[in-house]
Design a protein around this ligand. Structure first.
Ligand code: NAP
Length: 323
């Protein structure tokens, strides 16, 4: 097994990862960013971003390109694609084991692995995945030109993406299990001005039906119990997401939903292992606070590494010793 050493390791190259990479490298520490895909993370699933200060309206992909370029300019090294299978601490080493034959080690590691769309776990969801069921409007929306599309969920993602999907679909019906949206009022108000959006409130999705591809959706009115089957050609599901925190095998540091708990420096219970962005437990998940967390994490990681070098000497580390 080949061992690749750096001063700071960042796992995940979404906005938090790119930002942590930038700050680590800017502190003149060798900072390696690993991701199993291209840089960008959730930015690549977002058409237009309107609430990232200083940019007005910007495409998610464009903001991602800018973040990557800036991190690279400061010297962050992106190693892609690399599938990290496990993260753990061994002596003074934070270790990222991969599916390949290289193991990455550093005295500090920042986990910025984000989350994965939550599933509804209803009949038909898995069967029709990519056959009408989707979790990404930007990726798949154009396949539903002039078709009848349903969007499930009531948070920011569901309402925004339903609005976006009306560019293609003949009608978009938003199904939410309550009477009130969880989404921010500004997003709901904008959506309400869209004549191609219809609402199915206080309804839950019981089943997705089809014949090779999606053909209908079965809804249940939670107040009356009435079941209806409606024609549907596309079903987009935005019911939140689960954190990608399983890499950290240690039986600690997470809340009931699996989000990683940190202190105010973004450090987990494991010294030298930090978390930032959507994988971290927090009440608000926006790009702005992902990069805010990542800044704190990277600066804290920098101090952690420098204190270790102060104590043990950089040569000790460069020699590849583990305490
Ligand atoms: P979210 O805020 O957790 O909302 C999930 C929605 O799905 C809720 O409305 C929830 O209903 C519903 N839901 C959950 N499980 C369900 C089930 N089994 N059946 C039916 N409905 C179910 O998730 P999100 O919209 O993906 O947003 C995640 C984070 O990203 C949030 O912090 C959000 O602010 C942020 N975000 C921000 C923007 C933006 O600012 N432009 C855009 C996208 C996302 P209940 O409301 O009844 O719980």
């Amino acid at each position: 097994m080949k061992v690749e050493r750096s001063d700071i390791l960042v796992i995940g190259a979404g906005p938090a990862g790119m930002c942590a990479g930038m700050y680590g490298a800017r502190a003149m520490l060798r900072t390696v960013v690993l991701d199993k895909l291209a840089p960008g993370g959730e930015l690549l699933n977002t058409d237009t971003i309107e609430d990232y200060p200083g940019f007005g309206l910007i495409k998610g992909s464009e903001l991602s390109d800018k973040m990557e370029a800036q991190a690279r300019e400061f010297g962050a090294e992106f190693v892609l694609p690399v599938e990290v299978t496990e993260v753990f601490k061994e002596g003074d080493d934070c270790v990222a084991r991969t599916a390949g034959d290289v193991e990455y080690r550093a005295p500090a590691l920042v986990l910025t692995t984000g989350g994965t769309p939550r599933k509804l776990k209803i009949p038909g969801e898995e069967e029709y995945a990519s056959k009408g069921v989707s979790y990404c409007a930007l990726c798949d929306g154009a396949f539903f030109r002039d078709q009848v599309v349903y969007v499930i969920g009531g948070g920011d993602a569901a309402v925004e993406e339903a609005d976006f999907l009306t560019r293609y679909a003949s009608v978009v019906r938003l199904v939410h299990r309550r009477d009130e949206f969880r989404a921010q009022p500004v997003i709901v108000e904008r959506a309400k001005k869209n004549p191609k959006l219809e609402y199915r409130m206080s309804m839950v999705t019981e089943e997705i039906r089809g014949n090779g591809v999606v053909q209908s959706i079965v809804l249940k009115d939670v107040k009356t119990g009435k079941i209806t089957e409606e024609k549907a050609e596309g079903v987009f599901i935005f019911v939140g997401f689960t954190p990608n925190s399983d890499l950290l095998k240690a039986d600690c540091c997470r809340d009931d939903l699996g989000f990683l708990m940190t202190d105010e420096n973004m450090m987990t219970d494991i010294p030298g292992i930090y978390a930032a962005g959507d994988v971290r437990h927090q009440p608000v998940r926006q790009i702005t606070n992902a990069v805010g967390d990542a800044t704190t994490a990277a600066v804290s990681a920098q101090k952690f590494v420098e204190e270790l070098y102060e104590k043990k000497g950089r040569d000790y580390w460069k020699a590849g010793a583990t305490a």
